[in-house]
Design a protein around this ligand. Structure first.
Ligand SMILES: [Zn+2]
Length: 110
């Protein structure tokens, strides 16, 4: 199916097809049911965004509006650890992002 779709939309170039899909994906982050490590309940976690500082190559980089989850019981905001690791990796492998200053938007990473 992937090769057929890539042939239809990207002249058979699978990686270009996937890249196009990623750039067009603007779905909102869904709320989830999860365990809150702060109030120790399984509850609804609401999708929110907040700024977060990442330390890459001895430089502090503030990334604005990083998707996070907020507990509907206690209000604690938690970080998606896998997403944070992916952001750190993106900042490390794309040094051009760091040249733009010490503050950048999450959207500029995706
Ligand atoms: Zn909580």
């Amino acid at each position: 199916m992937l090769r057929i779709k890539a042939s239809m939309y990207a002249n058979g170039d699978v990686s270009q097809y996937v890249k196009d899909l990623i750039q067009k994906d603007r779905r909102p982050i869904p709320d989830i049911e999860a365990y809150c490590a702060s109030c120790h309940t399984s509850t609804k976690m609401k999708a929110v965004s907040a700024d977060e500082v990442f330390y890459v190559k001895d430089q502090a980089v503030n990334v604005r509006e990083v998707p996070k989850y907020q507990c509907t019981q206690c209000g604690c905001v938690t970080t998606n650890v896998k997403l944070a690791a992916a952001i750190e990796e993106a900042l490390e492998v794309r040094p051009s992002l760091l040249k733009s200053g010490t503050s950048l938007s999450f959207e500029s990473l995706v």
